[in-house]
Design a protein around this ligand. Structure first.
Ligand code: GDP
Ligand code: MG
Length: 632
């Protein structure tokens, strides 16, 4: 028995180290994987009394009425040596050595949450840890009693609230349930049996505890129950005799109470034959035996949980990257030390940093290119600009409206000036074409902007996807800014080039187009016609049609050449030289500035430290648990 307890303790020692105090909730704790023990039952059935005697310590408020009004999560931690003490979750670092004070603090803390009213109940747990050489590592949970009706001053929801809260604790598969039923009430009405049945139908983790056997009516006894004849449980019923209210008032201590309990079972004729498996001490033994069996059966699971966690921690650590060596040498050389060795060392260090920054930038650049090349998503948006956005915008220009007859008349007349054209309205044509083609600048610039937007988005994506940049926030900002600046520059070039394409079309018209026109069109220019004929509707309409087909032809070719210009100036250039400027600037930086760029995110530094600490603990636990597993 002792042997087994030490085994359990060894095992749990490893776990306790890991499960400590919940500051790092992001990391799993082993306490979760280990069994806990909860007491359930009706009000005043003796739950707190039973829990106390399992712990072997007087510290819980007990009594008539609703005394336990908040869940109490009690963690027992075994100390190898030293004085025992208690600590509350809400009062960290205050060590209680007087257990009467612990009881008072539980009562006070209960009141703080629920108010003084002795009827209010809260589901917010109180956390209490007891450190002692005399306990086994274990979590015990004292719960408010189940009720059937709300009493004065309680909300109607109280019955369900308590039931739900209790269920939330005992439905966990690793919770061992002490189902407390008082012997002086009908077992058929036992809330404890009812709810534990519900969460543990096979009774694999439920222990039936019968309290208040000493309070039964004269002439009745609990033999049928204790022998399992009245209600059968998977594990045999255990009867206990706790201290009565009078004992509590008289401060009867636990040792005396246990002795009296032993005597009670040994000397009451009805229970004599059961005495060897009755009483709080026996309950304690059965529980620890059960616990050991459970824990032993969990060892393989724990081993794999630990192994898995070790692997997870290791991989997260490697994802966070190595810390940068900050060598005093750098600082010395910056502040003018002429120490040769230091100078040499700092030179190496600067090179190292430079190299590292460039490596990170290359990674970023690579990811950015992958987005463009379709290895990662997003590059297709650029094609969408060319294939969809640009053509739609060009179509919207509605040249036909621009070249409607009235407008043609107006422009031609204006272009003629004081002297109407003689043969063909050369100036008028030009003006019509120019004023139409100039409209294309709008969609062209919009396409430049749209592609710029996509590229910027891809830069942001690539920044976020470069794991190394997460570690160095300053570098992240600088690289991001530099890349966006580069894109801005490229956009400006691209805008100029694209506008130029449009303007080029205006500066020299395709002569062939007009030469090939059927003579008929030119007839309008026949000098034999009167001046007024020249501006007649059909003449003007013909000019409009001609210009429209020319403009459409040019527009069609620009629709093909604008994307080429944009890709050439923006996309291709971004692929080629996104971080070039940054590299150039980098070369001008000094060690100190480089160091700044590699300033780590303090949160990441912290995370790495705590991960490393965790990993160490888990490795220790791994070794410990392996040794337990092999010594079986
Ligand atoms: P809880 O409300 O279920 O936590 O019950 P408590 O442990 O606070 O006990 C309620 C009352 O019943 C207290 O006054 C205890 O002294 C008394 N009590 C509990 N168990 C026994 C028992 O086995 N025998 C006697 N005589 N009194 C008991
Ligand atoms: Mg209680």
């Amino acid at each position: 028995m002792e042997n087994l307890i030490s085994l359990v303790n060894r095992l749990q020692r490893a776990c306790t180290a890991l499960g400590d105090h919940g500051e790092e909730t992001a990391l799993p704790t082993l306490w979760d994987a280990l069994p806990s023990i909860a007491v359930v039952g009706g009000q005043s059935s003796g739950k707190s009394s039973v829990l106390e005697s399992v712990v072997g310590k007087d510290f819980l408020p007990r009594g008539s009425g609703i005394v336990t009004r908040r869940p109490l999560v009690l963690q027992l931690h075994r100390l190898d040596e030293g004085r025992e003490y208690a600590e509350f979750g809400h009062l960290p670092r205050r060590k209680f050595t007087d257990f009467a004070a612990v009881r008072k603090e539980i009562a006070d803390e209960t009141d703080r949450e629920t108010g003084r009213s002795t009827k209010q109940i809260s589901t917010v747990p109180i956390y209490l840890s007891i450190y002692s050489p005399n306990v086994v590592n274990l979590t015990l949970i004292d719960l408010p009693g189940l009720t059937k009706v709300a009493v004065d001053g309680q909300p109607d929801s109280i019955v369900m609230d308590i039931e739900n809260m209790v269920r939330s604790y005992i439905e966990k598969p690793n919770c061992i349930i002490l189902a407390i039923s008082p012997a002086n009430q009908d077992l058929a009405t036992s809330d404890a049996i009812k709810i534990s049945r519900e969460v543990d139908p096979k009774g694999e983790r439920t222990f039936g505890v019968l309290t208040k056997i000493d309070l039964m009516d004269k002439g009745t006894d609990a033999v049928d129950i204790l022998e399992g004849k009245a209600y059968r449980l998977q594990f045999p019923w255990i009867g206990v005799v706790n201290r009565s209210q009078q004992d509590i008032n008289k401060n009867v201590d636990m040792i005396a109470a246990r002795r009296r309990e032993r005597e009670y079972f040994a000397q009451t004729p009805e229970y004599k034959h059961l005495a060897h498996r009755m009483g709080s001490e026996h309950l304690g033994k059965i529980l620890s035996k059960h616990l050991e069996a459970v824990i032993k059966s969990r060892i393989p699971g724990l081993q794999s949980l630990i192994n898995k966690t070790v692997i997870e921690l290791e991989s997260e650590l490697s994802r966070l990257g190595k810390p940068i060596a900050t060598d005093a040498g750098v600082r010395l050389s910056i502040y003018g030390s002429i120490d040769d060795l230091n100078f040499y060392k700092s030179g190496l260090l600067i090179q190292g940093k430079l190299y590292m920054i460039m490596e990170i930038c290359r990674t970023f650049d690579g990811i950015f290119k992958e987005h463009l090349d379709g290895v990662r998503p997003g590059g297709d948006k650029i094609y969408n600009v060319f294939d969809n956005q640009l053509p739609v915008a060009l179509k919207r220009l509605q040249f036909d409206k621009h070249l409607a007859m009235e407008n043609v008349r107006k422009l031609i007349t204006e272009a003629d000036g004081y002297q109407p054209h003689l043969i063909a309205p050369e100036q008028g044509y030009r003006r019509l074409i120019e004023t139409a083609l100039i409209l294309i600048k709008g969609p062209a610039e919009a396409a430049v902007d749209a592609v710029h937007g996509v590229l910027k988005e891809l830069v942001h994506k690539a920044i976020n996807e470069t794991v190394e940049l997460k570690q160095y926030p300053s570098l992240r900002v600088e690289v991001g800014n530099a890349a966006i600046e580069s894109l801005d520059r490229m956009k400006e070039e691209s805008r100029k080039a694209t506008i130029q394409l449009v303007e080029m079309e205006n500066s020299y018209l395709t002569v062939d187009f007009f030469r090939k026109l059927p003579q008929d069109v030119e007839k309008g220019g026949n000098p034999t016609h009167s001046i007024f004929d020249r501006y007649n509707d059909s003449y003007l309409r013909r000019i409009g049609t001609t210009v429209l087909s020319y403009v459409n032809m040019v527009c069609g070719s620009l629709r093909n050449s604008i994307p080429k210009s944009i890709v050439y100036c923006q996309v291709r250039e971004a692929k080629r030289s996104l971080v070039d400027h940054f590299f150039t600037d980098l070369g001008k930086k000094e060690g100190k500035q480089l160091g700044k760029l590699l300033d780590e995110d303090p949160a990441i530094m912290q995370r790495r430290i705590s991960l490393a600490k965790r990993l160490e603990l888990y490795r220790a636990a791994q070794a410990e648990i392996d040794s337990v597993a092999w010594s079986k």
